[in-house]
Design a binder for this molecule. Structure first.
Ligand code: GDP
Ligand code: ZN
Length: 458
C-alpha cells in the first residue's frame, strides 16, 4: 500500500459546470476533514459510512472557497482500492486550482499523470491490460472503440491470455517434474503431445492477433483515400462529407502517419479521410502531385473512394484505375448527377464488381447512400462486431506475436529432437511475453512508461 496520499483535478482544465478533485491514499479522509465543513458543524467524514455523499463547504483556514458535494469511498471499495474522496465543486479553473492547493496544504501531494489508475493496478484491483483500457475508453471516438475498450476493462482479453499462460505453465511444470523424477514421469511420448498442445495455443493466439487489424480500424478509424482524376469533384466530396449533417468532424493530425487527415464519425464508424497533399483549395499542379501521392496512400488504405465525373466520359485512365481497385475495398462514386449524365451506374457496373453510388457533391445528394455503403462494407461485411475479444493495443499485439515465435521455436526443437530442457526455455519466454500483457512479472520501468501516457487525474 502506498504511504502518501495523492490528489489531482480529475475533470478538464477548462471552465465547465462542475469540477472534480480526487484524493486517494491512507490520509485521504483525514485530509478532507481538515478542509471540509458540514453545515452540521460536528460532522466528520472520518466517522461517516463509505459510499455516502456530503454537502458542505471547502475552507482554506477561515476563508470559504466553494460550496461542494463530497463523495466518500473507503478502501478497498474505490477506484484505487484506497481510501478516496472526491470533491465535486464548481467547474471554474481558478476555483478548482484553489481547492487543489488547499488539499495539498492539508497534506496531500499532487498526483503524477495516471497515478490513480497505477495505484488501482499496484493494489491489484485491475491488471495492466485493464488499466490500459481506461485510457482507451477516454480516447474512444466511436461506439465500437468504446465497446472493445470496455470489454478489455472488464477483463475479457486478460481472461484468454491467462488461459494460454496456464496451459504453457502446466507443460513447463511437467517437464520440470519429469526431469527431476524420471521414475514417475515418463517423457517417452511427451514431445508429440506437447507439440499438439502448443499448436493449439499458437492457433488461438493467431486468432487473437488476427483481430488486431479490425481492432485498429474500430479504434483508430478507417484509413480512407479519395481518388480520381482532376476536377471530378474529390474536394467537393470531401467537403460534402465533412459538412454532412450526421458527421461529427474532429480536426486532428494523423496519429499513425505523417499525413494530415480529417476525421469524421459516421454512424458509429470513424473515417480518417486522407487530405492528400491538400487536394482541397489548390491549383492544378499541386492537384497532380496530390494524385500521385494519393496513389501511394491508396496502397495501404482500408478504403478507397474512387470518384468519376458522370457528366464526362470514361477514358483509359478510369479503366486502369478500376482494374487496379478490383481487389481492394473500394467504392466507386459517380459524381455530378445534377448535370446531364453521360455515364450511368450500369455502365460502371459492367466493368467492375465494386459498389457504385451516384451522388451530387454540389447538391449534397447521395451522401447517405455512401454512408450506408461504408457501413455495409465494414460492419455488415468483414468486421462483424460481436463478442469476440479484440486486440486494439499495439503493445499487446507485438507481445502476442513474440509469444507465437517462441512457441514456434518449441515446435522446432521438438521436430529437431532436441532434449527436453530446450523446450523449457522457449516455453518460459512465451509465458513471460504473455505475462507482460496483463502486467505479471513486469519491470517497474515498463509500468512507468505505460502510466506516463495517461492524462492528469486518471
Ligand atoms: P477535384 O479536382 O476532383 O478535387 O474536383 P473539385 O471538387 O475541385 O471540383 C471540380 C469542379 O467541379 C468544381 O468547379 C466544382 O464546383 C465542380 N463540382 C464538384 N462536384 C460537383 C457536382 O456534384 N455537380 C456539379 N455540377 N459540379 C460539381
Ligand atoms: Zn480537388
Amino acid at each position: 500500500m502506498n504511504k502518501d496520499t495523492i490528489c489531482a483535478i480529475a475533470t478538464a482544465m477548462s471552465s465547465s459546470g462542475i469540477g472534480i478533485i480526487r484524493i486517494s491514499g491512507s490520509e485521504a479522509i483525514a485530509i478532507a476533514d481538515k478542509i471540509y465543513h458540514s453545515p452540521n458543524k460536528d460532522k466528520k467524514l472520518q466517522s461517516c459510512e463509505s459510499h455516502t455523499i456530503h454537502y458542505g463547504y471547502i475552507y482554506d483556514g477561515d476563508q470559504k472557497i466553494d460550496e461542494v458535494m463530497v463523495l466518500l469511498m473507503k478502501a478497498p471499495h474505490s477506484y484505487t482500492a484506497e481510501d478516496s474522496v472526491e470533491i465535486d465543486c464548481h467547474g471554474g479553473v481558478f476555483v478548482m486550482q484553489k481547492i487543489l492547493e488547499t488539499v495539498v496544504k492539508a497534506g496531500a501531494r499532487l498526483a503524477e499523470p495516471g497515478e490513480f489508475t497505477k495505484r488501482a493496478f499496484l493494489n491489484g484491483r485491475i491488471d495492466l491490460s485493464q488499466a490500459e483500457s481506461v485510457m482507451d475508453i477516454i480516447d474512444s471516438q466511436n461506439q465500437f472503440a468504446l465497446k472493445s475498450s470496455m470489454d478489455q476493462l472488464s477483463g475479457k482479453l486478460s481472461e484468454s491470455i491467462r488461459l494460454y499462460r496456464e496451459n504453457i505453465l502446466h507443460e513447463m511444470a511437467f517437464i520440470e517434474s519429469a526431469l527431476d523424477d524420471p521414475e514417475h514421469f515418463s517423457l517417452d511420448d511427451y514431445p508429440d503431445e506437447l507439440s499438439k498442445k502448443m499448436q493449439d495455443v499458437i492457433r488461438g493466439l493467431q486468432e487473437l492477433l488476427a483481430t488486431a487489424d479490425n481492432g485498429r480500424i474500430l479504434k483508430e478509424g478507417i484509413q480512407t483515400v479519395i481518388l480520381g482524376k482532376p476536377n471530378v469533384g474529390k474536394s467537393s466530396l470531401l467537403n460534402a462529407l465533412l459538412g454532412y449533417e450526421r458527421a461529427i468532424v474532429t480536426d486532428i493530425a494523423g496519429t499513425t502517419r505523417d499525413v494530415l487527415q480529417e476525421q469524421i464519425h459516421l454512424n458509429g464508424l470513424t473515417l480518417n479521410l486522407m487530405d492528400t497533399a491538400g487536394i482541397r483549395k489548390t491549383d492544378d499542379i499541386v492537384e497532380k502531385i496530390g494524385v500521385d501521392k494519393a496513389m501511394k496512400e491508396a496502397d495501404d488504405a482500408d478504403l478507397i473512394i474512387y470518384v468519376i465525373d458522370s457528366s464526362g466520359e470514361m477514358d483509359q485512365e478510369d479503366h486502369d484505375l478500376l482494374s487496379y481497385l478490383k481487389d481492394k475495398k473500394a467504392i466507386v462514386i459517380l459524381n455530378k448527377t445534377d448535370l446531364e449524365q453521360k455515364i450511368q451506374i450500369k455502365d460502371v457496373e459492367e466493368i467492375t464488381n465494386l459498389p457504385v453510388i451516384a451522388i451530387s457533391a454540389k447538391e449534397n445528394t447521395g451522401i447517405d447512400l455512401l454512408e450506408k455503403q461504408v457501413h455495409h462494407l465494414f460492419i455488415a461485411g468483414e468486421i462483424t462486431y460481436n463478442d469476440q475479444v479484440y486486440v486494439t493495443n499495439v503493445r499487446h499485439k507485438s507481445l502476442i506475436a513474440e509469444a507465437i515465435s517462441s512457441l514456434n521455436l518449441v515446435l522446432k526443437s521438438i521436430e529437431d529432437q532436441m532434449p527436453e530442457d530446450f523446450y523449457s526455455v522457449d516455453l518460459m519466454n512465451a509465458y513471460k511475453q504473455l505475462g507482460l500483457i496483463i502486467g505479471e512479472s513486469v519491470e517497474d520501468d515498463l509500468v512507468e512508461e505505460i502510466f506516463s501516457k495517461f492524462c492528469m487525474g486518471k
